[in-house]
Design a protein around this ligand. Structure first.
Ligand SMILES: [Ca+2]
Ligand SMILES: [Ca+2]
Length: 246
């Protein structure tokens, strides 16, 4: 009985923690936050700014995301478009990816369709390693290979006066001194695409794409990872453990 009470207590803590993290992440100043969890409206912006994404070309909704649903991209012309004016200073971009192709585009900010008229804030893979380019800064590489067919969360933080910081799965993997973007005539953001990659279009799964109007701290980036730990799933598996042990 004592053990059972301890399990209940632990369960309560897990649930409370999940809810608190969810609340904190929801409170972040997202420009958009796409969970791809709504099959009927997969591009729905959960930030409630109405900056919905649109699945285009060879992009389709799938149920097996990192957390809930996701978008599968075909490496041909599939991408998710958000038509939106995003901030050039003090921002954080984040996305979950799953691919085994090491030469694909992931995320970028564009003027016209496919970057006609200008493009920057690129996330792309080169030899499997995550690279970035925020104009007028140069392209820069990290040594973190993410093209291993597993889910990885990639985030880029630009902070005025401090520079860019890159995170993979919550680990800091690189920095660059250029601290903002000068590409202020941009009109859209594409997820699953970058002009800087050998293959512009992403092939694989993407989930949890966000653009935040703040330079998040390392801890806040980590918090975004934990949101995907679904208390419901945890609860079910914990209950089955309790049942078998009694
Ligand atoms: Ca999802
Ligand atoms: Ca802008």
């Amino acid at each position: 009985m004592k053990n059972f009470m301890l399990v209940l207590l632990a369960l309560g803590l897990v649930m409370t923690f999940g809810v608190v993290v969810q609340a904190k992440v929801t409170a972040l100043p997202h420009v958009f936050n796409l969970s791809f969890n709504n099959q009927g409206n997969p591009g729905k912006d959960s930030s409630e700014n109405g900056n919905n994404g649109e699945l285009k070309g060879g992009a389709k909704w799938v149920a097996n995301g990192y957390s809930g649903g996701a978008v599968q991209l075909d490496g041909g012309d599939g991408h998710v478009e958000v038509v939106v004016d995003v901030p050039e200073k003090n921002f954080t971009m984040g996305v979950w990816v799953k691919t085994d192709d090491g030469e694909v585009g992931i995320y970028s900010v564009l003027d016209g369709v496919a970057g006609a008229g200008g493009h920057d804030r690129h996330f792309f893979l080169k030899g499997g390693k995550i690279n970035f380019r925020t104009w007028q800064g140069p392209a820069w590489a990290t040594d973190r290979n993410v093209a291993d067919g597993k889910w990885h969360h990639i985030a880029l933080v630009a902070k005025d006066g401090a520079g860019q910081t890159a995170y993979v799965d919550g680990d800091k993997v690189g920095t660059h001194a250029y601290d903002h973007s000068d590409f202020d005539w941009q009109k859209r953001v594409w997820i699953g695409f970058s002009n800087d990659a050998a293959k512009d279009y992403f092939k694989g799964l993407i989930d949890g794409a966000s653009y935040t109007a703040a330079a998040l701290t390392g801890d806040q980036v980590k918090m975004k990872l934990m949101v995907s730990v679904e208390p419901k799933g945890k609860l079910a598996s914990t209950w089955s453990v309790i049942k078998t042990s009694h």
